[in-house]
Write a protein that binds this ligand. Structure first.
Ligand code: ADP
Ligand code: ADP
Ligand code: MG
Length: 617
């Protein structure tokens, strides 16, 4: 067994590899860019070497520096993780040439499967069914169009060097082909430096089914069953599961056999994934599953396979790289229960999934779930790398149990101020079609409206926010509420400001809600809130019109002038407190009789900011 390992990657997968290496007594060496110096994976490795600046091209992709770091630290082996250089045959070759152990696929296998067209040719020769289409060398737009017309629409144009869902265009009608071909080539040139494309029949009711395969240096190849990764957004996986819903034994045997044949055809060694596209319109059928591509590396979603097989795939990788035979024979592998994984991304579903970067003041996950994450509370999401914050991995006896656990895990996830897709994941996992196993790659697009959390806080959010501040200071925000429950006489309303907007609501007990530092967490959503007691704003016709600062803060905007008329509810000033903005409203119609607030001023709680007189208003 190798004794030391340099991990040529970062974040989640670097930590994942360190975990297993440590258990096996292998010394680990992290490499990192300067901005990653404080990341958990750097701390958790036995040694760490800074190899450059933030852009991956100056650090994680610098083959020379990676090899130099291995030399300097006396590392015996290099694990590339996924992404970055994991499928770079040149790097694999350089590692081997330097006398190091490459914990990855053999360079020749990487090359054979690296371009989608060549890989498909290879698979046809090996008797593996491939997606019907055109792989030809003639790349003239006329020929490509003619081939697409012959295949019949819809078709998919794919950059042969594509990956990560990039360099792909679906064409629905002949008239759109020329334009989409151009844009596909543009993207391919920019992302992969290769404009070659292939054309595939676009499979209807498409399901992404993939098979985990493993080979060793003794000529053995096994599969570890299938995963279903049909829940995708823009061809990128969002929720993965194993096994695939609706997979019967005969179809499984056929698909997994095809995967093993595919791996053997390229003399595969190590962890790999054969991706298939299936036409799921009549359930999964062996004659409607076609090879799409092979990923010659460990896959992001490998934990669902680990969960159902009880195997540690990183351990398998390290053993195989050390020359040992596969830890299990095919007949020693079986499926137990059902596993699901959701990718928690730093993105805001409410703004069209714009990426969200910044500090992770809060990052909490529910207990009892496997969390594979590259960051921790107090850290940050930087703009330089992948937006994945964590993978939530659950395992249950049945698919329904797994789906329920996944929804719970997403609901219980608390992240702030970085925005995430947690609520979106929770809604997807709880969707009746998902729970019933009706999944295909169009699922997310079809259901988008119901999956994106509304921009306005729900009554539950408002009730919980109100409850969290009434009375303003208690150790347990719920204890005071219990007194109000069932108390019909006094049903206090609270002026709550949630996400910058005022609401007048009654507090309520909302199971699952949690608050921290002025942020309410519920069902995977995060709402900044602030409140003012109803008596502070007087209510209709009540009070003396004095508007006080409800909490210590800074006046960041004064929106009224002395003498101005205002109407009830009109925004008069904006206070910044607890990292969020809170507008203060006029308690009733009237005139600004006194204006004490000054923009930029820091004010203690209870400071008189504005006084409104009733009357002429
Ligand atoms: P899969 O493994 O299922 O095919 P992807 O294609 O999404 O999934 O995985 C590869 C992607 O992972 C790369 O395109 C890259 O953006 C991303 N990636 C690479 N390194 C890391 C990392 N350390 N942490 C998180 N994501 C990473
Ligand atoms: P990448 O290298 O970007 O992962 P893939 O060839 O694996 O590219 O395709 C990515 C995704 O695109 C698949 O998971 C599937 O959702 C969709 N897709 C690919 N080929 C087809 C096809 N022929 N018909 C329908 N959908 C497809
Ligand atoms: Mg793929």
């Amino acid at each position: 067994m190798i004794q030391s390992l340099l991990i040529a990657n970062r974040g989640e997968i670097a930590r994942r590899i360190i975990r297993t290496a440590r258990r096996l007594g292998i010394r680990t060496i992290a490499v990192h860019s300067d901005v990653d110096a404080d990341m958990p994976f750097v701390r958790e490795a036995d040694e760490a070497v800074c190899i450059g600046t933030a852009p991956a091209a100056d650090s994680y992709l610098r083959q020379d520096r990676l090899l130099a770091a291995a030399r300097e630290t006396g590392a015996e082996a290099i694990h590339p993780g996924y992404g970055f250089l994991s499928e770079n045959a040149e790097f694999a070759q350089a590692v081997i040439a330097a006398g190091l152990v490459w914990v990855g696929a053999p360079p020749a296998s990487i090359l054979a499967m690296g371009l989608k067209d060549a890989a498909k040719e290879r698979m046809i020769a090996a008797g593996v069914p491939v997606t019907p289409g055109y792989l030809g060398a003639d790349q003239s737009p006329r020929r490509l169009q003619a081939e697409a017309d012959a295949i019949g629409y819809p078709v998919l144009i794919k950059a042969v060097a594509g990956g990560g869902g990039k360099g792909m265009r679906k064409v629905d009608a002949a008239g759109d082909f020329a334009e989409l071909l151009e844009s596909c080539k543009r993207e391919a040139a920019a992302s992969f430096g290769n404009t070659q494309v292939l054309i595939e029949k676009y499979i209807l009711s498409p399901r992404h089914i993939e098979v985990q395969v493993f080979g060793d240096t003794h000529g053995n190849v096994v599969h570890l069953f299938e995963r279903d990764c049909s829940l995708q957004r823009r061809h990128q996986k969002v929720i993965e599961e194993a096994p695939a819903p609706g997979m019967d034994d005969a179809t499984r045997a056929a698909v997994c056999d095809a995967a093993v044949r595919a791996a053997k055809a390229v003399d595969y060694v190590g962890a790999g994934t054969i991706e298939f596209i299936a036409d799921g319109s009549e359930g999964l059928r062996a004659d409607r599953v076609w090879f799409m591509e092979m990923n010659t590396r460990l896959q992001v979603e490998h934990p669902v396979t680990e969960a159902i097989t009880g195997q540690d795939l990183v351990e398998w990788q390290l053993r195989v790289a050390s020359g040992e035979p596969l830890p299990r024979r095919q007949d020693e592998l079986s499926i137990t229960g059902w596993a699901m994984e959701a990718r928690l991304y730093a993105e805001n579903p409410g703004t069209g999934f714009l990426p969200s970067t910044g500090p992770l003041d809060r990052l909490r996950f529910p207990a009892g779930v496997r969390i594979d994450s590259g960051v921790e509370e107090g850290g940050a999401v930087t703009p330089y790398y992948d937006p994945m914050i964590a993978k939530l991995i659950v395992h249950g006896g049945t698919r329904r149990e797994a789906a329920a656990s996944l929804a719970d895990a997403a609901r219980g996830t608390q992240v702030w101020p970085v925005r995430t897709n947690a609520a979106f994941l929770a809604r997807a996992a709880a969707h009746p079609d998902f729970v019933a196993g009706r999944v295909d790659t169009g699922f997310i697009e079809r259901h988008t409206e119901g999956l994106i959390p509304p921009a306005e806080p729900s009554p539950a959010v408002l009730a919980a926010a109100a409850a969290a501040i009434l009375p303003p200071v208690t150790a347990d925000p719920w204890s005071s509420l219990r007194g109000f429950r069932g108390n019909a006489v006094s049903s206090p309303t609270v002026e709550v400001e949630v996400a910058g907007k005022p609401y007048l609501v009654s507090p309520g007990i909302v199971p699952g809600a949690a608050t921290a530092d002025g942020v309410l967490f519920l069902d995977g959503e995060a709402w900044p809130f602030g409140v003012r007691r109803a008596d502070h704003i007087g209510g209709a016709g009540e009070g003396d019109g004095a508007v006080l600062s409800p909490m210590p803060g800074r006046v960041i905007a004064v929106l009224v002038e002395a003498g101005q008329t205002v109407v009830r509810g009109e925004r008069m000033l904006v206070l910044e407190a607890m990292k969020m903005e809170q507008a203060l409203m006029a308690p009733f119609d009237g005139v600004v009789a006194e204006l004490r607030a000054v923009e930029g001023a820091q004010v203690p709680e209870g400071t008189l900011l504005v006084r409104i007189d009733k009357g002429e208003g």
